[in-house]
Design a protein around this ligand. Sequence first.
Ligand SMILES: C[S@@+](CC[C@H](N)C(=O)[O-])C[C@H]1O[C@@H](n2cnc3c(N)ncnc32)[C@H](O)[C@@H]1O
Length: 263
Amino acid sequence: MDHHQVGEYWNDNAEAWTRLSRAGYDIYRDHINTPAFFDLLPDVRGLTGLDIGCGEGHNTRLLARRGARVHGVDISDIFIRHARDHEASEPLGIEYQVASAVDLPCPREHFDFATGFMSFMDVPETGRMVAEAFRVLKPGGFLQFSISHPCFSTPHRRNMRDRSGRTYAIEVGEYFRELGGECEEWIFHSAPAQLRAGLPKFKTPRFTRTVSSWMNLLIDAGFTIERLHEPRPSDEVVRACPSLQDAQVVAYFLHVRVRKPGG
Ligand SMILES: C[S@@+](CC[C@H](N)C(=O)[O-])C[C@H]1O[C@@H](n2cnc3c(N)ncnc32)[C@H](O)[C@@H]1O
């Protein structure tokens, strides 16, 4: 499966995804991933940034609100339409464009930084994507992205729960088997059953790589690894949103910041 075919799946997911995530049901994003990503992010005030795989623009808008001039790209034209509609009603100066991460319509050495919020693991041509991010960054610019954690989002994974329903372990396996686009069907489980019943399930092709494979791709592209982070919800967050408890057992996400030398 190549990036064009993956893009078709995401385009089919885009209407329901936008509706549910804007209604607050992407709880792992809103309560764990996005706050941790922004805690790790250097100051972007006055910088020019590219958000790769921006979806309907939720995190792109947060970058703009932090004072960056942002350009968002996504392979799905439906996501980009929703992002542009939002920009038209609440302008933040963001430009959105339909484009693939492996073929960015941007000049070389143009951006001070680039981001990828939970989009990089959806691109099968990982090496080409990383090389593209490197090309469009200015020397000294950084790339920060989040992905499902390779060690705990393995082809085999099962939550082990006690009698009360509390997850106490995650069984993982087949870490070294790199998935090549096997489709998973799912939907945000925190959405009310009635709402979920009226919407198609997401179909997301999965691609897995080992940690060393990810790190070596970044190093081979010329990046210097600057920071890694494995976010988890605090006890306070879990008290407010108990279904996030499983994300305290292992790291569900991996955040990576790398820098292009020079500048
Ligand atoms: C899990 S969603 C994340 C969306 C958004 N970044 C967020 O945090 O809400 C993954 C996104 O990656 C996009 N995507 C998948 N393959 C892509 C590619 N080759 N180029 C650009 N975007 C891609 C999908 O269309 C989707 O919007």
